[in-house]
Design a protein around this ligand. Sequence first.
Ligand SMILES: *[C@@H]1O[C@H](CO)[C@@H](O)[C@H](O)[C@H]1NC(C)=O
Ligand SMILES: *[C@@H]1O[C@H](CO)[C@@H](O)[C@H](O)[C@H]1NC(C)=O
Ligand SMILES: *[C@@H]1O[C@H](CO)[C@@H](O)[C@H](O)[C@H]1NC(C)=O
Ligand SMILES: *[C@@H]1O[C@H](CO)[C@@H](O)[C@H](O)[C@H]1NC(C)=O
Length: 571
Amino acid sequence: MRASSFFIFLSTVARVLGDVEPFFNDDAFDKGEYGPYPSQSYHSSKIVSPRLNVLKHDRECSPLYTMITPRGNHVRDPMAMIMDADGHLVWGKGGYGQVYNLQVQQYKGKPYLTFWAGDDTVGGHGAGYYHMLDSTYKEVYRLKAAGGLGGDLHEFRITEKGTALLSVYEVDKGDLSSLGGSSNGKIWDCLVQEIDIETGALLFEWHAAKHFAAASSPKQIGGDGGASVFGKPYDYYHMNSIDKDPKGNYLVSSRYMKSVTYIDGKTGNVIWVLGGDQNSFTDLSGGAATNFAYQHDATWQDNYTTITLFDNAAAEGQPSVHDYSRGLRIRLDQQAMTAELVTEYLNPTRVRAISQGSLQVVENGNVFLGYGNSGAFTEFAENGTVLCDTHMGPQAWFGGGDIQSYRAFKYDWHGYPTTKPDSKIVYGEGLTYFVSWNGATEVKRWILQGAVDPEVKDDQWAYVNDTAKTGFETSMELHEDCPRYIRCLALDSKNKVLSVTEIFDTEQEKIWDLPPVQVEDNDTVLLKFLIVFAGVTGVVVGLREAVTSKRKLRLINWTPQWIGHPNYQPV
Ligand SMILES: *[C@@H]1O[C@H](CO)[C@@H](O)[C@H](O)[C@H]1NC(C)=O
Ligand SMILES: *[C@@H]1O[C@H](CO)[C@@H](O)[C@H](O)[C@H]1NC(C)=O
Ligand SMILES: *[C@@H]1O[C@H](CO)[C@@H](O)[C@H](O)[C@H]1NC(C)=O
Ligand SMILES: *[C@@H]1O[C@H](CO)[C@@H](O)[C@H](O)[C@H]1NC(C)=O
């Protein structure tokens, strides 16, 4: 018996529209009415990306791409991800386990996408590798920490000299008796490693535990630090950022010491400490320049005269200092040993991040804050005025870790994937062709072409339709008389053809991934099924047989003919 060619398919709530726009100032989003992680999926790609809620948008915001690493309780495949300034997906890559800290960094004069990936279940830090992808998304370097230790997720900074600064965690012994623990307790020591990117050779190493006694940490020890095999090491220091200045000295942020330490690059000695119990500075701002806590991402700015950082002010299981997190720009006078708050960056809804977070001074001088555990990022003018404010998850659920991104950054990027664009046909009320190209930043236009024979020469492919690329996935309706074989060309702003999709046979039976539902063969009957999908999404329409048989009739007289298009140049 001939296999049936009836198929049933589903059209989701988003129907066959391609990209949807982000939400704009949507109250229901932030109340959690769309769930803990409103996301978007695509027809031509398996990537799931956040569907953002844009609360505020200003033309003064940087037009550059946003680099995030969505993960969390409700993120099935954590990814390194690029979004455009309008909130559309540009590139996503998962399959690494956990992903943290996507940035664009320069190495030997070329831009690389850099990120950490690995295991973050060790307890607030990670054991993994540092990845460097070139502009074709090829992984050119995969770095590891020196000494056989796991590379930690917190820092991977490429210096102007072409070396890499890495944070590394290692279990050590510590005297915790003054904290009520064991005199032979277990602690997490934190290491700065500077390595040579080409050879992996260790150029510098610094151990926090050699300079800061575990017993001097204000972090509540709880039941940690026990000497037994099963005891959890006391994470007393928790290094989470490393920077380096032209003098060769290091700037290290410690979450639990609530301080930033300046370290001599030759001797490893502590030169000064900003904030925390061992603060070396006179605070000219009445405490506001040094009362940060559980902070992240301490970075030199303004020709090494100021430091910016993300002040969490809160941490899980520890006393809060403020009700909300802030960005800080702090001016230091290293002769007079004074610290002064220059600007405070306050989120309009006072988002509080109990972990993670970042502060970046963007190319145009704006200040971009990522709220880590709370799925939000906000862009400020240098003077602290809020320009743009975006949520990846509902504010009502912040603190639950459903959708997080360790840091968030804005960078320029030009991506030239070596893969072909992805395409798919969806049979809804009509036929819709979907096309996307993961990571391709230069596509401006898609041209759909058709042929009756897939083997015809390039110039025999006829123009069918064209459309500007909008968002990640672009859709085009296919009319009943469209040729059997179709493909799509990707054109850049100069109308140069960048790539072409696989050829699609619109009459092939296996055109979607859903397992076809087989029904008794019955050529005399046109069958319509209605399936209520999971009681939620609904609408199932589908009469492929009807559609294709109509098309077949029309195609008998269809002659491939080059119609041409003003914007088209043959491949
Ligand atoms: C940065 O500071 C150094 C040392 O104070 C100075 O020599 C240099 O000219 C400054 N550079 C710029 C661009 O201001
Ligand atoms: C701060 O910057 C914004 C944006 O550039 C500007 O509109 C505003 O006037 C500035 N505010 C002050 C107090 O300078
Ligand atoms: C081209 O695609 C658009 C968008 O889907 C559709 O509205 C239009 O009818 C198509 N035109 C042709 C000639 O197929
Ligand atoms: C299939 O066709 C037969 C007649 O050839 C008809 O009796 C039967 O109802 C049809 N089946 C369905 C599912 O419509």
